[in-house]
Design a protein around this ligand. Structure first.
Ligand code: HEM
Length: 166
C-alpha cells in the first residue's frame, strides 16, 4: 500500500486533522468540574454542607454532559460537520462518569448505604427516582461503549445498535 493511500485510510479512521487535538482539548476541559471540586475541597471552599455541594455539582454536570451528548446528532445534521459524531462517545462516557460520582456521593457519603433513609428521602423528593431511572438507562449505553455497538465506523450499515439512541 502506498503512503498516500495509507494516509487516506488513517484519515478515514480518525476523521479530519483537527479531530484528535480537539478531542484532547475537550477531554481535558471536561475534567474541569471535577478539578473544581478537588480544588474547592482542598481550599475549604465547598461551603457548610460539602456533600450537598458535591451532589448538586455532579448532578448538574451529568445533566449538562447528557444534553451535549444528545444534541450532537442534531448539531451534526444542522452543521453538516460529520466529525462531531466522533466526540459523542467520549462526552457520553463523561456523563456516565459524573452520574456515578453523583449517586455514589449521595448513596455512600450522604446516606451511608442506609436503604431505609434513602427510601424515606425518595418519598419526600420523588425526583431522585427519576434520576435513578435515568442512571439505570445510562448503564447499558456505557457498558456497550467500547464495542462497535456505539455505531462507530465498524458497525454495518443495516445493523441496529444500542448506542444509536444516545
Ligand atoms: C443521569 C442521572 C441523573 C441526573 C442527570 C441527575 C441530575 C441531578 C440534578 C441536575 C440535580 C440538582 C442539582 C442542583 O440542585 O443544582 C440533582 C440532585 C440530586 N440528585 Fe440527581 N441526577 C441523576 C441521578 C441520580 C441518582 C441515581 C440519585 C440517587 C441515587 C440522585 C440523587 C440526587 C439527590 C439526592 C439530589 C439532591 C441533592 C441536594 O439538593 O441535596 N440523582 N440530580
Amino acid at each position: 500500500m502506498s503512503s498516500a493511500s495509507q494516509l487516506k485510510t488513517t484519515r478515514a479512521a480518525t476523521g479530519p486533522r483537527w479531530v484528535v487535538p480537539a478531542k484532547v482539548i475537550v477531554f481535558i476541559a471536561m475534567l474541569f468540574p471535577l478539578a473544581r471540586i478537588v480544588v474547592l475541597g482542598m481550599t475549604g471552599g465547598l461551603g457548610a454542607n460539602p456533600i450537598e455541594f458535591i451532589t448538586r455539582s455532579t448532578g448538574l454536570w451529568t445533566l449538562v454532559y447528557l444534553c451535549i451528548t444528545l444534541a450532537i446528532t442534531s448539531l451534526r445534521r444542522l452543521t453538516g460537520v460529520n466529525a462531531l459524531a466522533r466526540f459523542r462517545r467520549m462526552i457520553g462516557l463523561y456523563a456516565f462518569f459524573f452520574a456515578v460520582l453523583h449517586c455514589t456521593t449521595y448513596i455512600w457519603f450522604d446516606k451511608w448505604f442506609d436503604v431505609t433513609e434513602i427510601l424515606k428521602d425518595i418519598g419526600k423528593r420523588p425526583f431522585i427516582t427519576v434520576g435513578f431511572a435515568a442512571f439505570v438507562l445510562l448503564i447499558p449505553l456505557a457498558a456497550t461503549s467500547p464495542k462497535a455497538m456505539w455505531c462507530a465506523s465498524s458497525a454495518g450499515a443495516g445493523r441496529r445498535c444500542i448506542g444509536r439512541s444516545m
